[in-house]
Design a protein around this ligand. Structure first.
Ligand SMILES: C[S@@+](CC[C@H](N)C(=O)[O-])C[C@H]1O[C@@H](n2cnc3c(N)ncnc32)[C@H](O)[C@@H]1O
Length: 319
C-alpha cells in the first residue's frame, strides 16, 4: 500500500500505462498494487457496478456532477463516458490525488484534494452541480460520514434540485438463533463458566458479502427496518439514529442480528440490497449469548450511529 504522496507520483504504472485514456486498466493495476486489499473486490463487485452504472447512465448526460469520495475515480470515468459536462472530483485521501490527477489529465474535471466538508460554494466555479454520485459507505455502517456529508450538501445546495446517486438508504435487520455449538472452544468455555442470568456480547463485526449467511435460518423472511434516510432531506440540525431492534430472547441460545443496507435512487427502485448475493458491502453482525437462566423476554438492541464512525456500542435494553 502507498505510504506517501511522493511514492504515488513515482508509480510504475504511470509509465506502463502512459495513455491515461486507458483508465480502467489503470484502475485495476492501481487497486491491485497500491490500495488496501478490500479495494479490488469492491471494484469487481458486479452487483455494485451494475447498479451504479445504470443510475449514472440515466442521470448525467450534459450534467455537472460531483463524485463525492471519488476513490479510484470509477464513477467519474463512468459519468464522463455517459456524457457528463463536468465532474468535481472530491477525495480527501491525499495518497489518491496524484493518481486521480494523472487519470483525469485533460478531462473535464476539477479535483479537490480535501474533505467535502471543507468546500465552499465558490469552489464550484464551473457551474453548480446537478448530480452527486457517492459511495462513502463501509460494511460496518454508514461508516465514512455519509450523513454528515449530506448535512454539508444541504448547506451548500439548499434548493434540493440535486439528483443523488443513490438518494435513499435503508438499514434492515434480520435475526437468527442457534445453540452455541459453532462457537470456538474458548468462547464456549467463557460462557459455560457462568450460571447466573447474563448476556455476553460475542461479536460485533462487519461482514463482507452476504455469503456468511449461507445456511443461516432467519426468524422472519421480512427484515425489520432500523433506519431510513432520504439524503436529499438531511438537514444540518437533524438527528439520525437507528431504531432499536426488538429481539425475543431464547435462553441458552446465541442470537445473531444481521444488519444490511439497501440503496436506491428512486423509491420504486432499482435497489441495491447488500443482503442478497455476493456483494462487497455486506453488512454488520452483532452476536450475543443469553445464558440458560436468562428470562424469556423481549429486549431491544441499541446501536449508536455515530456519524463518521461505525455502528457501535451494542447494548440490550429493556422496553
Ligand atoms: C468506498 S471508497 C469510494 C470508492 C469509489 N467510488 C471507487 O469506485 O473507487 C470511499 C472514498 O471516499 C473518500 N471519502 C470519504 N469521505 C469523504 C469526504 N467527506 N470527503 C472526501 N472524500 C471522502 C475516502 O477517502 C475513499 O477514498
Amino acid at each position: 500500500m502507498i505510504k506517501n504522496d511522493n511514492e504515488i507520483s513515482n508509480m510504475d504504472l504511470f509509465n506502463e500505462v502512459s495513455d491515461p485514456t486507458n483508465r480502467f486498466k489503470l484502475i485495476n493495476k492501481f487497486a491491485t498494487r497500491y490500495m488496501p486489499e478490500w479495494f479490488l473486490p469492491m471494484l469487481t463487485d458486479y452487483a455494485r457496478n451494475d447498479f451504479y452504472r445504470l443510475m449514472i447512465k440515466h442521470s448525467v448526460k450534459d450534467k455537472i456532477v460531483i463524485d463525492l469520495g471519488a476513490g479510484t475515480g470509477m464513477w467519474t470515468i463512468e459519468s464522463l463516458a455517459q456524457g457528463a459536462k463536468f465532474v468535481y472530483v472530491i477525495e480527501k485521501n491525499p495518497v489518491l490525488i496524484n493518481y486521480l490527477r494523472f487519470i483525469f489529465k485533460d478531462s473535464q474535471v476539477k479535483i479537490f484534494p480535501k474533505d467535502f466538508k471543507d468546500l465552499k460554494l465558490a469552489d464550484f466555479d464551473h457551474g453548480l452541480p446537478e448530480v452527486i454520485t457517492h459511495e462513502i459507505f463501509s460494511n460496518t455502517g454508514l461508516g465514512e460520514g455519509l450523513i454528515s456529508a449530506f448535512q454539508k450538501a444541504s448547506e451548500l445546495f439548499p434548493e434540493k434540485n440535486l439528483n443523488l446517486i443513490p438518494r435513499y438508504i435503508w438499514v434492515e435487520a434480520r435475526i437468527s438463533k442457534q445453540l452455541p455449538l459453532e462457537l470456538a472452544q474458548q468462547e464456549k468455555d467463557l460462557l459455560q463458566d457462568k450460571v447466573e442470568a447474563y448476556y455476553e456480547l460475542i461479536h460485533s463485526l462487519g461482514i463482507r458479502g452476504w455469503d456468511n449467511t449461507n445456511g443461516v435460518t432467519f426468524e422472519s423472511d421480512k427484515p425489520m427496518n432500523a433506519l431510513f434516510v432520504d439524503l436529499l432531506e438531511v438537514r444540518k440540525d437533524g438527528k439520525y439514529a437507528l431504531d432499536r431492534i426488538p429481539v425475543t430472547i431464547t435462553p441458552g441460545m446465541v442470537h445473531r442480528i444481521y444488519l444490511s443496507f439497501k440503496f436506491a435512487q428512486n423509491l420504486e427502485g432499482p435497489f441495491f440490497d447488500t443482503a442478497f448475493g455476493q456483494n462487497h458491502w455486506g453488512g454488520l453482525m452483532v452476536e450475543f449469548y443469553a445464558s440458560k437462566s436468562f428470562p424469556v423476554s423481549t429486549k431491544y438492541l441499541k446501536l449508536e450511529l455515530e456519524d463518521n464512525l461505525l455502528f457501535k456500542n451494542p447494548v440490550l435494553e429493556d422496553a
